[in-house]
Design a protein around this ligand. Structure first.
Ligand code: SAJ
Length: 410
């Protein structure tokens, strides 16, 4: 039997693990990316980011013959996993990466091929941007090419596990095509796979991330309320969550990453005047880095600390134990200080090896030696395992790592 070949387009945080997973489960896979350096790195047998279980999966896929290339191939199924950022001013999706990938695919794909968009897109993007490109080439959707939207759901930090175990959504124009793609993902996905239409799949994905953003915003608002009235927000959330129908998430220094801090803006941009809670939640979460700065200021006064250059931020990534810094609360905080012409704080992150900001440290001990006040922005395992080193420091723990006696919190 001839094995089906899948061309995965875009080898970033989503495309790479997805391509590897298909290859590890018996598909012939060609992973395509226009970034020559990235393709060269993968070809040399090195993964491009850190993730639990990724190296093992990579080696498995390599042994099963996965190919990395800058070229698109002629095949029956294409899976597009390219970035889908939003325009900072209009808050609408910047679909240019998706449309560029679709254009490249339709140049090579044979009649009857299926184009699966995995990238998160705002509701209506496929109708508005993808269909017109295909139709402009004189191709008939449903005959010459089939369209599917299969948004990913995996969480950085646990991607490999979640690829296998999460349920997922397939949106298709045609149920039969939807079922065909469902069978493909079932090669590795052990969760339920729901088949719906494309617009419902688009909306559902964005709604999932928006739900989490609103829940975190609620926790962050509670943190502010509790601070103003000298109450312990963590105790309140802990007790409230014992109610069988309450599940409040945790406050923190802000919401980063390329998903939760981005997707709700799609709804704000597309449904102005209707997306009110969503907008309020975005604003609350975006206000948290400045709230942390306010806390630093209060604590410095209380402890008679005057030298801002001896304040250190622990953590640059958008969350714990990942090396991804996109939209990270620490970067948001530093930008805010820059706008106010404030002196630069010292920064250290064990998982960020390249220089991203001024006064960045690469050694935990050296960092600690140069600061009096440590602001824990990210609860990496590294710091959790070395709490004793913080003994003589003033600490603002925005992540409420348990066991930190005497630390200030949000
Ligand atoms: N955060 C809090 N409090 C919490 C939980 C998270 O402040 O209680 C912060 C994190 O520190 C981080 C941000 O929120 O800065 C987002 O982190 P996350 O772990 O909540 O989510 P992401 O962005 O890594 O991944 C999300 C996931 N979506 C949902 O859980 C609904 C993931 O399943 C999606 O696949 C991913 O977005 C995506 O790619 O869309």
């Amino acid at each position: 039997m001839v094995k089906m070949v899948v061309n995965v387009v875009g080898l970033g945080y989503i495309g790479l693990p997805t391509a590897l997973m298909f290859a590890a489960h018996g598909m012939n896979v060609v992973g395509t990316d226009y970034d020559r350096d990235l393709v060269a790195t993968l070809k040399s047998g090195i993964t491009t980011f850190e993730e639990d279980g990724l190296n093992e999966l990579f080696n498995d896929a390599l042994s099963k013959g996965i190919v990395f290339s800058t070229e698109y191939i002629e095949t029956d199924v294409y899976i597009v996993a390219v970035p889908s950022p939003y325009d900072k001013f209009s808050k609408k999706i910047d679909a240019s990466y998706v449309t560029a990938a679709v254009k490249s695919v339709i140049e090579v794909c044979p009649k009857g091929a299926t184009l699966v968009i995995e990238s998160t897109v705002s509701p209506g993007t496929i109708d508005k941007f993808v269909r017109p490109i295909i139709e402009a080439q004189g191709l008939k959707i449903g005959q010459d090419i089939h369209l599917v939207h299969a948004p990913e759901r995996i969480i950085p930090g646990n991607m490999v596990y979640e690829l296998k175990h999460n349920s997922r959504t397939i949106g298709a124009d045609d149920k039969i095509v939807g079922e065909k793609i469902k069978a493909l993902y079932s090669l590795f996905c052990q969760g339920d796979i729901v088949v719906t239409d494309i617009r419902h799949a688009e909306m559902t994905k964005v709604v999932e991330n928006t739900y989490r953003d609103i829940n975190i915003a609620f926790a962050n608002e509670l943190a502010k309320i509790c601070r103003s009235d000298n109450l312990d927000v963590y105790e309140i959330i802990r007790i409230a969550n014992m109610h069988p129908r309450v599940n409040i998430l945790q406050p923190g220094p802000g919401v980063g990453g390329h998903c939760i801090s981005v997707d709700p803006w799609f709804l704000v941009g597309d449904y102005p005047g209707l997306a009110n809670i969503i907008l309020a939640a975005r604003k609350i979460n975006d206000s948290m880095p400045e709230f942390v700065l306010g806390r630093v200021c209060e604590i410095m006064k209380e402890r008679n600390l005057t030298d801002l250059t001896r304040v250190g931020l622990y953590g640059l990534t958008y969350k714990e134990n990942v090396d991804d810094v996109r939209e990270s609360p620490t970067l948001q905080l530093l930008e805010s200080m820059e706008r106010h012409l404030a002196p630069r704080l010292k920064v250290y992150d064990p998982l960020v090896k390249r220089e991203l900001v001024e006064h960045q440290y690469y050694d935990f001990d050296k960092f600690l030696a140069d600061v009096d006040l440590v602001v824990i922005m990210v609860s990496h395992n590294e710091i959790k395992d070395q709490m004793d080193k913080l003994n003589r420091k003033v600490i603002l723990d925005t992540k409420n790592i348990r066991g930190l006696e005497g630390a200030y919190t949000l």
